[in-house]
Design a protein around this ligand. Sequence first.
Ligand SMILES: Nc1nc2c(ncn2[C@@H]2O[C@H](COP(=O)(O)OP(=O)(O)OP(=O)(O)O)[C@@H](O)[C@H]2O)c(=O)[nH]1
Length: 913
Amino acid sequence: MSIRVHELAKELNFSSKEVITRLLALGTDVKNHLSTVDQKDADRLRDQLKGKEINLDHSERKNSEEIKTKTSEIGQEDRTAEGRTSMPRPAYQGQPQGSRSNQVHNQGPRPNAQGPSQGPRTGTQSPRPGYHGQGQSQGPRQGYQGQPSGPRPSYQGQPQGPRQGYQGQSQGPRQGYQGQSQGPRQGYQGQSQGPRQGYQGQSQGPRQGYQGQSQGPRQGYQGQSQGPRQGYQGQSQGPRQGYQGQSQGPRQGYQGQSQGPRSSSARAGAGIPATPVITEQVKRQSPASKKAQDKAYERKREMEKERESVLRAPHRRVQKQPKKEVKDTTPKHIVIQESISVQDLAIKMSRKAGELIKHLMNLGVMATINQELDSETATILANEMGVTVEVKAEKSLAVIEEIEDDPKDLTLRPPVVTVMGHVDHGKTSLLDAIRTTNVTSSEAGGITQHIGAYQVEIKGQKITFLDTPGHEAFTAMRARGAQVTDIAVLVVAADDGVMPQTVEAINHAKAAEVPIIVAINKIDKENATPERVKQELTEYGLVVEEWGGDTIAVPVSAKSKVNIEQLLEMILLVAEVRDLKANPNRLAAGTVIEAELDKGKGPIATVLVSKGTLNVGDVAVAGCAFGRIRAMVDDKGRRVKKAGPSMPVEIQGLSEVPEAGEPFAVVADEKLARQITSARTAVRKVEESKRTVVKVSLEDLFDKIKEGEIKELNIIIKADVQGSVEALRQSLLRLSTDEVRVNPIHGGVGAINENDIMLASASNAIIIGFNVRADSNMKATADLEGVDLRFYRVIYDAIEDVKAAMTGLLDPTFKEVVLGKAEVRQVFKVPKAGTVAGCMVTEGKILRSAKVRVIRDGIVIHEGEMESLRRFKDDVKEVLESFECGIGIEKYNDIKEGDILEAFALEEEKRTL
Ligand SMILES: Nc1nc2c(ncn2[C@@H]2O[C@H](COP(=O)(O)OP(=O)(O)OP(=O)(O)O)[C@@H](O)[C@H]2O)c(=O)[nH]1
């Protein structure tokens, strides 16, 4: 009856592998655990193992010394076909005497086994895995080697306890162990002197693995070697891997009496185990060995702790280091553009925005996180914080680069005309007359649309008229940087002559360096005196041709449509002289004339093409708006697909409503358009935050002159009477020097109005008010536009200030601060006290201590001290807005109802130069 290997193994309480080995040793052919073994072979194995079992039982009750004996006996019974067994063992040679894997004293023929081996083997002689020999081992040790007479992987020496890998005086050949084995074995060589793999007992040649008394460098164990070793070394002095008993060389792992440096744990003396790994075997060890082992264990623990702390220490340092590095990595140098927000700067500097704001406060700048800082402020701030700054003006996307056209590509384009003039002089009528008297038959029947501009054709040539008459719109557009007008038509009613707004218009056109054609209108009227108009015009630098000048003046009647064509011809003539040209074959660019949000069409904008040709389908950018042009309509309401230079068209397709006066341009694609508009939005934000920056002021005039920024000081003079305007103008003109020319671009009678501010803004001028005021709205506008307003009551003061500013000596020690305004509602004559004005405080507050100024129709008629301030019958120190009060002015009684009393104080001001 046969039995399967695994069943037999189970029965014998062995592993299948072991059973297979044993069966093979018995000559039974088995391959694996499923192989069948016949009854006879199984019995043979059973018989063989019977004795061993007895021994095993017995050995469990013995101490290690006995165990050794038992194992020897077991070895005789040949559990592993090695030692004294008669079974062949692979790789064994010589006379093995030491313990080997599971076999001691085996004598049987083994494959390659020759001679009595004494070297170390895998395992020991004790009933421990891998232990054999006479090592006097007392405790379980791994890799321990006392004074082994044979080399073993790991442990060698005088083992006292059962150890893994221990080999005492083993004599049998073992795997990896070579005691005094003399027979040729694989891996083992007892007293062999030749090179061996694995153990070599007393060999002297180079060996791999163990070497008994070898002195050469060895891998693995070396008995008395003296060289450096890896692992434990018994008495060895040579280099070894694994354990070495009394080694003196540097070793890796455990070293018995070694004196050399060791990595990992080290044990003193021979036979002290490195680690108590095999707990089962601890039971068997003697008290002495136990004590020694405990000691060793404790010591090892200590060493491990030490080692751990050493390992941790640098780790901790490594963890801390990055923190330090984070601080150190704060940039020391940054590159910024011309402006940067506090937040962005903080990010660039790797600092907190709050920190920057704090520093800014220390520098006297109150800023929010989103506030844009100019490069100068940002540089000062960063320097304060130890960071150097490089300002790199990157090419801004916000500005579409101007492409210079080749002169040969340029062709004549129609002139763009703006009609200006005084109120009611007939501007609108003239524009209508021109539009309706349009001479082209081809356009007859076309419904004229008001899209902000229109074109007329005369003698085959076109003229573009901007629909919004007046210099206000013209200047407002200029203030936005758009100068679309080529020629100004100045309408002067022949029956009225040159009026204040006529003068304004002349000055605005001159400031823009736009040629003027005078249309003397209403000549149909009986009281029309065109000659007087021509006469008056000369006073403003416009001398008509017939009087030897270069100003073209055409007498017209808008109402009767007289001389309209002649006017148009004159416009063409001037245009011809100006040689107005553009390149039609390029991407279009121009200006937004008007824009609105149409309920049906969305954002619509009338644009005037200045160069190139605009096509439906083009992607256009207008200010901060962009989009693909869906449709275009001309001034006659016709759908068009193209619009060349000087042609006004209404376009649809923009993302939002752009502002009038903003430039527009066609770009390559929507992506670029999007980039440009987002850059412009950013720029706009910056500009908004910089709005308060004064363009030119008397305070910084000297600096700007010095820096060469200003070569011309533009001044607008507003005075109570024309005589004062003239007097101031002449005096200021005389201040011109080689470095800077004083240029009074406009002078007029009356209060400072929005047009003055717009002109000043567009022309970078300052405004001098002589005996006139600007209302609070105008002041706010001036502040917004960055226009410097100056008020004087003495011409000499005004002259002196400008002079001082030009020479860098301006000393505005006192600055006037308007405290409040009161409107005179009633005037009382009080005996002895004089005239008292019953007022309503309309703005701010009136202080008793303040100075007071009497303004009538925007003109300052008196300035003096306040004599009394009363609420009902009580004297008070101040009266707030919306309260009534009585004001008496020192030595002044000419107060009238409707006058404005302005309370002001003079505050000392530090010079800013
Ligand atoms: N007799 C006569 N009257 C004219 C002539 N041109 C305009 N008018 C009249 O003058 C008045 C003012 O004309 P507008 O065209 O409104 O003048 P404006 O300059 O546009 O006026 P504002 O829009 O207020 O600035 C109207 O009543 C017109 O009829 C003209 O050539 N002859």
